[in-house]
Design a protein around this ligand. Structure first.
Ligand code: ATP
Ligand code: MG
Length: 718
């Protein structure tokens, strides 16, 4: 056994610490490993798998490792191969793919055919989830839902299924749009309206798999017998239905290792249930719970700052992240003048980097990435994108702008004119347009429209002006053309009234136009511009599927979970972006946004740069409150101990132990105590505000104030 650790130390230069070793060795029965970022959760999990195979001679096929996303499944497979090159591969997969296998067997068994309406797999579904929701929204609320509304409706449905809320209760739930619960029910009805055939979204896979394991004994036993050991990483983002699937699968042997960090829980909006972990022992009464607080990843500055930062959250399991890593460079906070300068700064810095694999640019919203894609592509800097945002290129605004441009090549094209005339802020109605389309006109579309349709003088005058505008477009550079479309051809004004009418966020829409202008900036002709968009779309797809060997990573904070880089740029850290306006509404969502920021910060090994800008298109921008929090903490050298927040912490999440010691006098050297996580121990010393306790062969140093206020210790009379 110890040979195993010694061997791995020699081979990999990873010397597992006591708790990590304990976690590796505790192969039988349930284990919860709660730990800080960079403390080696994933590493330990992989070592444990290797240990099972090399030392306990478990067949790799009988081990199932569940990861959060397909990307992390790939990351784990790669790490496993690096650690155990001679071993047969273990199956790392997402809970969704496991659920899919189970649901498919079940549906086949009961003779029900099905069709996936989400995720765009093989073949084209007859209908998609967004399409269905769009129709149902209109049916129920008698108006079109905006993209944002439909997206939040979709998330709402996903979250109620993940939370396993029974169908009968859906209508009573408060949803993101009016009658959300009813729309959700109708959606379910529609999907199963054909006898013997189901339309299924991703979440149905989970619900069906859970139900099948619970109700169908034969099928349940088949899947229970497939694996002897289960492990789940990033379990703070596991939802209730997913936890239940796992429960069913380990019901026979209980060999389950759950690895999590509640401070990195960033998907509760989608139904993740981090509180499940706090009740882990209710489900698995004989579970071992281990904590790891030493961060191996990041420099001292980063670890200390991140640790102080996350303590601002009230609802959390108390942890004291620390490191023995040395100092590197202090965290940099930089406010640039505008987005362009931020972009220039980052690209300039990248040009000086040789190992781009060790650098990441992280952002809250995918929309931030397009300008970076453009600049990196232009300069030939290779990049990798985990969840590439090729949606930008098919956005209707991009199509509009291209159509506006296209018309300038031939102002007799009625078909193109028909696509944009209602977007010129002329208050043209659908019936006016139909009349024009049906009329047999020829020649310049502006003249023809004025002649065919009954217009107000002001409308006719504007159209005549637009015609003049169009005459000069072919001579212009594309950047100037976009500005002309925005300001002189009424597009931006039309966009604003459309945004008001349909509830779109105008800033997002204008952002797309700004990005297009940015892309056009270095180009000479509209043809070059159109080609450039195509090229970029291809580059984004390539960056996802065939990244170069040495590429900088572009990622959202969400998708960066679990990863690490020597240098991290967190960009666009502005008020309204992180936290978003909606995040600010409630304490819970604000804390989730803070966790998201924390996930970003803790990706950096040596260098962390927090970037924002002060102006955008003449509008003043404010820094994210989280940047200000870090700024404040940087100014105060050692507030960690006095910070009252760290003490209040978990009141909301962990019930206080009524037997827990509250009086410091009771904590004398030699006293035997029981810690809620570490179990039985003996107090071996007290130093200032630190309490030394020997738990088995592990000595822990605990913060006295935290121990008392959270009543973490109980006196044991032996
Ligand atoms: P996250 O919460 O971000 O997912 P994690 O807890 O899973 O982080 P890992 O990714 O497993 O952490 O480990 C972080 C880094 O620390 C890795 O580079 C890993 O190789 C290193 N590491 C972990 N444990 C040890 C150890 N005992 N000795 C040396 N390095 C270690
Ligand atoms: Mg990890």
């Amino acid at each position: 056994m110890s040979d195993f650790f010694e061997r791995k130390k020699q081979q990999l230069n990873i010397d597992l610490n006591d708790v990590q070793q304990q976690a590796v060795l505790a192969t039988e029965g349930p284990l919860l490993l709660l730990a800080c970022p960079g403390s080696g959760k994933t590493t330990t999990m992989i070592m444990r798998i290797g240990y099972l195979i090399e030392e306990k001679h478990v067949n790799p096929r009988r081990i199932k490792a569940i990861t959060f996303s397909r990307a992390s499944a790939r990351d784990m497979t790669e790490r496993f191969t690096r650690f155990f090159p001679d071993s047969e591969q273990v199956d790392f997969s997402t809970i969704h793919s496991l659920a899919f296998t189970i649901a498919r067997s079940y549906l086949t068994k009961i003779g029900t055919s099905f069709e996936l309406i989400e995720g765009g797999g093989k073949g084209r579904p007859s209908v998609t989830k967004p399409f269905l929701l769009k129709g149902l929204y209109k049916d129920m609320l008698k108006e079109d839902g905006t993209d944002d509304e439909l997206a939040s409706l979709s998330t709402f449905i996903s979250s109620i299924k993940n939370r396993m809320i029974p169908l009968e209760q859906w209508e009573t739930l408060k949803g993101p749009v009016d009658k959300a619960g009813r729309i959700a029910r109708k959606y379910e009805q529609y999907k199963s309206r054909r006898q013997g055939h189901l339309l299924l979204d991703f979440d149905d896979m989970l619900t069906i798999a859970e139900q099948a394991l619970r109700e169908d004994e034969e099928l349940g036993n088949h899947f229970r017998n497939l694996y002897d050991y289960l492990l789940t990483d990033e379990s703070q983002d596991t939802s209730l239905v997913q936890h239940k699937i796992v429960e069913h699968l380990v019901a026979h042997h209980g060999n389950l290792c759950v690895v999590a960090d509640d401070d990195q829980s960033i998907y509760t909006w989608r139904g993740a249930e981090p509180d499940y972990l706090l009740d882990f022992r209710k489900v698995y009464p004989d579970a071992q719970v281990l904590m790891m607080e030493r961060n191996y990843r990041s420099s001292q500055d980063i670890v200390e700052m991140a640790s102080k930062f996350i303590k601002r959250n009230d609802k959390r399991y108390p942890k004291e992240m620390h490191t023995t890593n040395g100092k590197c460079e202090p965290i940099t906070i930089r406010q640039l003048d505008n987005p362009k300068q931020q972009l220039e700064y980052v690209t300039y810095e990248l040009l000086g980097e040789t190992d781009l694999n060790e650098v990441a640019i992280l952002f809250r919203n995918n929309s931030s990435s397009t300008m970076y894609v453009n600049e990196l592509h232009r300069r030939g800097i290779p990049f990798f994108m985990k969840d590439a945002d090729d949606k930008f290129f098919s956005h209707w605004i991009v199509k509009d702008i291209l159509n506006f441009m296209r018309l300038s090549f031939n102002t007799e094209r009625k078909d193109i004119f028909a696509k944009i005339v209602m977007k010129m802020n002329l208050f043209i109605s659908r019936s006016m347009l139909t009349k024009f389309e049906n009329a047999a006109t020829t020649g310049n579309v502006f003249d023809a429209f004025i002649q065919t349709v009954d217009l107000k003088d002001s409308q006719a005058k504007k159209l005549a002006d637009y015609k003049k505008g169009y005459a000069v477009i072919p001579e212009m550079r594309p950047e100037r053309v976009i500005q002309l479309i925005r300001h002189d051809l009424g597009y931006e004004a039309a966009l604003k009234s459309r945004a008001e009418k349909f509830g779109y966020r105008i800033d997002n829409l204008l952002g797309i136009l700004d990005t297009l202008e940015g892309i056009a900036a270095q180009l000479r002709t509209m043809v070059e511009f159109a080609n450039r968009l195509k090229e970029l779309e291809k580059a984004v797809q390539n960056a996802k599927f065939n990244p170069s060997d040495n590429a900088v990573t572009l990622s959202t904070f969400h998708s960066a979970k679990g990863l690490e880089f020597r240098r991290v740029f967190m960009i666009d850290l502005l008020k309204g972006i992180i936290p978003s306006e909606e995040d600010e509404h409630e304490q819970a969502t604000l804390e989730e946004a803070r966790r998201l920021f924390y996930v970003g910060m803790t990706r950096a090994k040596e260098r962390l740069e927090l970037l924002s800008y002060g102006q955008d298109e003449g509008k003043t921008k404010e820094d994210s409150r989280f940047v200000n929090e870090v700024r404040g903490l940087l100014l105060r050298p050692r507030p960690a101990k006095e910070e009252p927040k760290s003490v209040k912490v978990t009141k909301a999440s962990i019930p206080l132990n009524p037997e827990g010691i509250q009086d410091s006098e009771e904590l004398t050297v030699g006293t035997t105590v029981k810690h809620r996580v570490f179990g039985q121990g003996e107090i071996t010393g007290r130093e200032g505000n630190e309490l030394h306790i020997q738990f088995g062969d592990m000595e822990k140093r605990l913060d006295l104030e935290t121990v008392l206020s959270l009543r973490l210790l109980e006196k044991l009379v032996i």
